[in-house]
Design a protein around this ligand. Structure first.
Ligand code: DAL
Ligand code: ZN
Length: 316
């Protein structure tokens, strides 16, 4: 009799413990859930598929410190999924998208190239230690007294006399022009290194003749020209009267320049990004690795710089 009562008591205790354990488990699970980023995101209004994308791409810290402090944004999931998404630009992307009804790809392209800001605004001195990858455009400038330390005269086989460029790119230029010649095209450099003062003269004369808007479309302001880097070259076909962009020589150069570390810098499809009208003749030395990536991806150098040079952590 006593034994039986004890048995019953033991069973009741066991059941009680199991129920308690289940209740505790459910409570802990619930607490963990309501403190998790996915739950908090869904509470903010993000749908399941949006939550999945966001948690797969952003870190817990990024979600906690930034995303959860902002209100729901219907463009967030598309923007973070972009190939060239840079986390540091997130708020600028979202703001730009609010003002412009364009695709997530266009948003990332424009903001990475600083095009959410007016040309020649928010200017920063460029980091010349980036060497052949230094970016000079309408947002990054070179100081008036910047002169490359390794300028060399370009032989008249390759350039009209009086032209200089950085020696770091000279061998590649010679190989490129020699191979072009073998392919049947004689290329020549019209204009290479231009000092700050020289660029000032070019820009001012264009401004006086045609006005500010026109000048800004075709010529960089002094300090903002790639020609001051000694890495930019204006190339044409020797002796040809045809506009360079309509020549086979141009076609050869556009297709092959990357193999020698050069890129066509101002292309028609990127006028909105670079801020310059297309210039079939203007080539920029960036080195072979960068030139190859730019050739393969179709990125502008401005976007390449933002993603691959400044934001290296993105691709390690
Ligand atoms: N024409 C190019 C943009 C320059 O002036 O540097
Ligand atoms: Zn040029």
């Amino acid at each position: 009799m006593k034994k039986r009562r004890l048995k019953k008591w033991a069973v009741a205790l066991l059941i009680g413990l199991v129920v308690f354990a289940i209740a505790l488990y459910l409570l802990i699970s619930y607490i963990i859930k309501i403190n998790s980023n996915p739950y908090k995101l869904s509470k903010l209004g993000y749908k399941d598929d949006e939550v999945t994308k966001i948690v797969n791409i952003l870190s817990d810290e990024q979600i906690k410190n930034d995303i959860l402090t902002m209100s729901y944004d219907e463009n967030l999931d598309d923007i973070v999924s972009e190939r060239y998404f840079i986390y540091a630009n997130l708020k600028r992307y979202l703001y730009y998208r609010k003002l412009n009804n364009v695709s997530a790809t266009a948003v990332v392209t424009m903001v990475n190239a600083n095009r959410d800001r007016d040309y020649y605004s928010n200017m920063e001195e460029t980091d010349t230690s980036k060497d052949t990858l230094m970016l000079v455009n309408k947002y990054y400038y070179l100081k008036e007294d910047y002169v490359p330390s390794d300028l060399v005269d370009i032989a008249t086989t390759y350039a009209y006399s009086g032209n200089q460029m950085r020696s770091v790119a000279y061998d590649d230029l010679k190989s490129m022009f020699n191979d072009a010649k073998t392919a049947g095209y004689t290329l020549i450099v019209n204009s290479a290194y231009r000092s700050y003062d020289w660029q000032k003269t070019v820009y001012n004369s264009r401004k006086v003749a045609y006005g500010l808007t026109y000048a800004d479309k075709y010529v960089a302001r002094p300090g903002n020209s790639e020609h001051q880097t000694g890495l930019a070259l204006d190339i044409v076909e020797y002796g040809s009267k045809t506009e360079f962009k309509d020549t086979d020589a141009y076609k050869w150069l556009a297709d092959n320049a990357y193999k020698y570390g050069f890129i066509e810098r101002y292309v028609e499809s990127q006028e909105e990004v670079t801020g310059f009208s297309a210039e079939a003749w203007h080539y920029r030395y960036v080195g072979k690795d960068a030139a190859k990536t730019i050739h393969q991806t179709g990125l502008s150098f401005d976007e390449y710089y933002a993603y691959y040079v400044l934001n290296k952590s993105n691709w390690l």
